[in-house]
Write a protein that binds this ligand. Sequence first.
Ligand SMILES: Cc1cc2nc3c(=O)[nH]c(=O)nc-3n(C[C@H](O)[C@H](O)[C@H](O)COP(=O)(O)OP(=O)(O)OC[C@H]3O[C@@H](n4cnc5c(N)ncnc54)[C@H](O)[C@@H]3O)c2cc1C
Ligand SMILES: NC(=O)c1ccc[n+]([C@@H]2O[C@H](COP(=O)([O-])OP(=O)(O)OC[C@H]3O[C@@H](n4cnc5c(N)ncnc54)[C@H](O)[C@@H]3O)[C@@H](O)[C@H]2O)c1
Length: 444
Amino acid sequence: MKNPYDFDVLYLGSGHGAFDGAGPLAASGKKVAVVEGEMIGGTCPNYGCNAKITLDTPVVLQRFAERMQGVVSGNIKINWSALVAHKQAVIKPLPDAIGAGLTQNGVTIIHGYGKFQDAHTIVVDEKTYTADKIVIATGQHPHRIDVPGTELAHDSRVFMDLDVLPKRIGILGSGYISMEFATIANAAGAEVHVLMHHDRALREFHQPFVEDVMADMTKRGIQFTPNAGVTALEKTADGIVIHYGDKEKLVVDWVLDATGRIPNVEQLGLENVGVKFNQHGILVDDYLRTNVANIYASGDVLDKQQPKLTPTATFESYYLYKLLSGQTTAPIDYPAIPSTVYTSPRIAKVGVAPESVKDDVYKVVHNHIPDDWYHQTDQETVGDSLLVFDQEHHLVGATEYSAQAEDAINTLLPAIVYHLSRDQMWQMAHIFPAEGAAAWHKIR
Ligand SMILES: Cc1cc2nc3c(=O)[nH]c(=O)nc-3n(C[C@H](O)[C@H](O)[C@H](O)COP(=O)(O)OP(=O)(O)OC[C@H]3O[C@@H](n4cnc5c(N)ncnc54)[C@H](O)[C@@H]3O)c2cc1C
Ligand SMILES: NC(=O)c1ccc[n+]([C@@H]2O[C@H](COP(=O)([O-])OP(=O)(O)OC[C@H]3O[C@@H](n4cnc5c(N)ncnc54)[C@H](O)[C@@H]3O)[C@@H](O)[C@H]2O)c1
């Protein structure tokens, strides 16, 4: 029977929650549209992962040169305006490249904000588009602290476009964005103050590793204030005054609000169709289907257990491609989702956390990274990993803090996802010498 709608599948949003699946879905013969209100590709390429890692790259170089002093000489100084210009040059082509990838696969791109009129109809700038199935992949937006003067603070997107690095920066919150941007701003020469909501940072990460990273950041001049309880922001002739705690004050030139992100569920017309959501996002079943049968959701906008990260959004998007193209009827089966905080050194983790381990079920193996021969070459002095094995020596979790923790954890993923035995681990021959080989060597 002919589809009575304009499209088989229409996506609201064009981030990883949409585009990783929309392209293959169109290539499989489905008529697909993507509606995007801002930049094609969404947060990750334009003002998230890719933009941030470009700003971080000279920090890594700076740390590397610092470790190798004596063998090489001279410190690396970051030229902030040149770095931001470099970031713009690296990021600028991405929306066009992602858009071209979509259109080459046959996806129709519609620019503008979409809103539900009914369960099969989306309105964009007064034009209507109908679809058999609709996927809500609208992501999140920054939370703004609810205190007088909140408008004086900025979000991470504004930070990444600053032509001139402010001298004194106050950062509210101590999650991913706070810790990463504090690292970058400090390395580039700013005075950085982190006002923590509680007494711990990065609460989902192994706290002894977080404390080591914070000690290093403190040594480099970043000032942490635990339980700050920010009460107001005020503009004065000296700068912006952050009022916190019991009548305490801090004067800075610029404030980054890094107090979390909120799902984009407002202004979608969800009330017109009755899609259910809460403050964590849209509610879906194990097929990423909302309570309205033809409406699905994917990516950061979901209420879910998995971390709201690009690998999760990509996995969901690809799952929906398989489901909506009829290649699977199975529920989504998430792998262990890895995550990293791009401080320097980084903290990365995947799978079973060492702190959750009961002795009789799992075995935790500790490695001090500088003890590895490979890390004598780069004069590494810090870093630890904890590897969690079951009784049959299957790797079930790993967490590491080190200069290259993200690569070490990525390398270990097949062992966890495919539940490899020791014999199967030996079936893989790694390029040597390399970080990945060093990480793999520790689990065999
Ligand atoms: C500063 C920062 C750094 C990050 N770094 C990392 C990292 O290093 N690694 C990592 O894994 N994750 C990182 N993330 C998280 C990552 O960016 C997100 O998990 C990922 O982008 C989620 O993809 P998504 O498609 O669900 O949402 P998004 O990428 O946010 O895409 C949603 C899109 O929907 C559009 N939209 C919203 N409403 C509508 C509407 N009504 N109509 C049409 N379009 C609409 C938005 O404009 C947006 O483009 C970072 C996030 C931030 C903010
Ligand atoms: N490397 C990465 O993968 C990466 C990097 C950046 C962002 N992200 C994604 O973006 C999301 C948002 O990052 P984020 O750092 O804004 O959020 P977050 O949830 O990681 O951290 C928010 C911080 O703000 C604090 N906070 C909350 N309410 C507050 C209040 N009223 N006053 C003061 N502090 C308050 C929290 O205690 C926490 O420290 C992350 O959760 C993650 O999903 C990922």
